[in-house]
Structures are given as C-alpha cells and as structure tokens.
Design a protein around this ligand. Structure first.
Ligand SMILES: *Cc1c(COP(=O)(O)O)cnc(C)c1O
Length: 358
C-alpha cells in the first residue's frame, strides 16, 4: 500500500500541494536563504538569555505578547493594537489566507515568495498570478485588471520584490494599492525594506484593509528565533488575531526580541555593509563573460547563467551554496545569491569568475 492510499482522509488540496521546496545542504559558505551572515551580537545574546532566564518557563507566555507588541509599536511608531506578532511572517501569510483567501482569491505577481501560493493551494483559495515584466517591474495593467474582476481576496505586493530583488516605483505601488479598493486585503511584504530604504507604512495607514509585513529574520539577523509581525489598522488586527493560535510566540523569543528592540543600532551598521557588499559584488560580476547579474535593492541578487544546474554544482564544489530559481516562470538559468560577509563574497566572486564556460 502506498502512502497515497493511507492518506485518504487527507484533503485533496493538501495531497496535491508540493512540500515547501527546500533541501538543507551543508556548505561552508551559505548564501542560499537570504539570512544575515552575522549572528546576533554576543553581548545582546547574553542580555537576551539573562532576560529569558528571569521569566517563568513553567508558565504560558503572555497571550498576545503585549510587551513585545508595545516595543514594536514604539520602534515603528505604530499603535500596538494594530501590531500582530507570529513565529515568522510565514505564519501571518497562512493567517491572511484564512482571513480573506479561502473560497476567494490570492493575487500576486509571479514569480513571487512561494509561501503565498503554497498556502493558497492548501487552504482552497484560488491562486491568480500575473507574470512580472521582463525587466522584473510589476505588470501594472494586468494586475489592475485582475483587481477589478477577481476579488474579493488577498493581494500581495512584495517591496522590494523577492526573488528578483527589484524595487518598483513608489507611484506604481501606490496606484495598485489604491486600485485594490475595499474588495481586497492588501499586503505589502516588506521583509527586505531596510536594504532598499523603502517604507510603505503611510500607504498602509491610509486605509483599514492594508498591512505591512515585516520580519526579524533578515536585517535583524534573528531568523532562528522566528518572529514576524504585521502593521495594520487595529480593527483589522482584531479579526486577524482571532485566527492566531493562543500563546503563539514563546517566552524565549519574546525576551530576545525585546532586547533587540532596546539595542537596534547594530542593524543599521549591518544593513549598510550588506548594501556596500551587494553593490561591490554585482559590479564585479558584471565582468562575467556568460552570466547576467541583475540589479538588487535587497541582501540578495539574481544571476542568469547558461545552465543553472551546472553553475549551481560548480559553485558547490567551491563550497558555496546558492539557491536555484531556474524552475520559476521567467527565471530560466537563474540562481539567487545572498550577500555574505566580505570574505564570503570574495570567495563567491573568485569561484563565479572561474566558472567561465558555464
Ligand atoms: C524571508 C522572507 C520573509 C520572512 O519570513 P519569516 O517567516 O519571517 O522568516 C517574508 N517574506 C519574504 C518575501 C521573504 O523573503
């Protein structure tokens, strides 16, 4: 009997959805997950551990992480009642699908962050994707048409975009958000906004059906703690909060992220280095005879190679792990490369420029 046969009670939509496409591979230079190459500063780690140790681990954590939400609210200058926290923004994406996607539509530009469509597929939302333009800008006319005829549902805009690293004109983003009207829950995923210097909070604040999705996983360098959040109107947060499982952010994460928010100076330094390094690597890679490197406003960038499989393996023989994106629509031959430490970036450049034939 196959697994398929035994899983007859599993809903069809879950069975036919592929697992999250990620295979962990060990490599000395890990540039495959857009992580911060630097760990949380050791002195802050110590403070976080002390803070966590002071709290009672036998007790359930603060139900709605009130202290943490207040700190985030103060940091972001946002009403804490409109702040929602979950273990990673991936969880908010699932909640948003439950909130406004099930039996309705999830609209995004393609390719996009895989989680949007995986959740839509499993939860029975109709997934509608409009291909990005060839230069990776948003397909404004096509999205505007979909907004007019495919609602209600959830509309995702990722700024800067992933996996392209492209940042769109603010005027285009604003027109699309306005075109969505009341029919849509409009999500601006700003996971990488620190690297682009963009910030759509004012657009989000202007209407009660809009959210900004943010995370501690990238610029803050805390991917291992799992904390994502969204900024929105308190009325929308009230509905979304009903869908959050109780006590969803654990005591250790709450304590550590509070400490991070009390000492945020390290973030700007690291973002500045990542931006410098990104621009340096992209400029140097422009000399590659067969690869095309795309501009980026994030801590990663895309390169188009003649053969992604060959290029990926060749980098791996140099101990460098990147992410294949070549099966995504419009990204034939593409690899996604994270920005590492200066030494890691030097190693990547040396390896990449030595892979001449591929
Ligand atoms: C990394 C990333 C996130 C953050 O996910 P977490 O669950 O918070 O780690 C969100 N959106 C995009 C587009 C990302 O690349």
């Amino acid at each position: 009997m196959t697994t398929q046969d035994r899983a007859r009670s599993v809903r069809e939509a879950v069975r036919r959805t592929p697992a999250y496409p990620f295979t962990p591979i060990d490599a000395p230079i890990k540039l495959d997950q857009n992580e911060n190459p630097y760990d949380f500063p050791p002195e802050l780690k110590r403070l976080a551990l002390e803070r966590a140790a002071e709290r009672a681990w036998n007790r359930y954590p603060d139900l709605t992480a009130d202290t943490l939400r207040e700190r985030i609210g103060a940091y972001e200058q946002w009403d804490p009642e409109g702040v929602l926290v979950t273990p990673g923004s991936n969880v908010i994406i699932k909640l948003l699908t439950e909130l406004a996607g099930i039996g309705q539509t999830v609209l995004s530009a393609q390719p996009n962050f895989t989680v949007y469509t995986l959740e839509a597929s499993m939860l029975g939302a109709r997934s509608v994707g409009e291909p990005l333009n060839a230069d990776f800008t948003l397909p404004e006319a096509a999205l505007t048409a979909r907004l007019a005829d495919s609602g209600p549902g959830v509309f995702y805009l990722t700024q800067p975009h992933a996996p392209t690293g492209h940042s769109d004109d603010a005027a285009v983003v604003e027109r699309l958000v306005n075109a969505a009207g009341d029919d849509w829950t409009v999500v601006i995923d700003e996971a990488y906004h620190q690297y682009s210097g963009t910030d759509y909070r004012d657009l989000v604040r202007a209407a009660p059906n809009r959210l900004s999705l943010r995370t501690f996983s990238k610029a803050w360098g805390l991917a291992g703690l799992r904390l994502g959040y969204a900024l929105m109107d308190p009325a929308l947060a009230t509905h979304l909060r009903k869908l959050v499982s109780a006590f969803n952010v654990n005591t250790l994460t709450q304590a550590a992220v509070e400490v991070a928010l009390e000492h945020p100076a390290y973030v700007a330094e690291r973002v500045a280095e990542a931006v410098r390094e990104r621009d340096r690597v992209i400029e140097a890679l422009a000399a590659h005879p067969t690869w095309t490197v795309y501009p980026s406003r994030t801590n990663f960038f895309l390169v188009r190679t003649p053969n992604a499989d060959v290029a990926y393996r060749a980098l791996l023989t140099h101990g460098i792990l990147v992410r294949r994106q070549d099966s995504l629509p419009g990204l034939a031959g593409c690899l996604r490369v994270g920005v590492g430490t200066p030494a890691e970036n030097d190693a990547f450049l040396a390896a990449a420029l030595s892979i001449q034939a591929e």
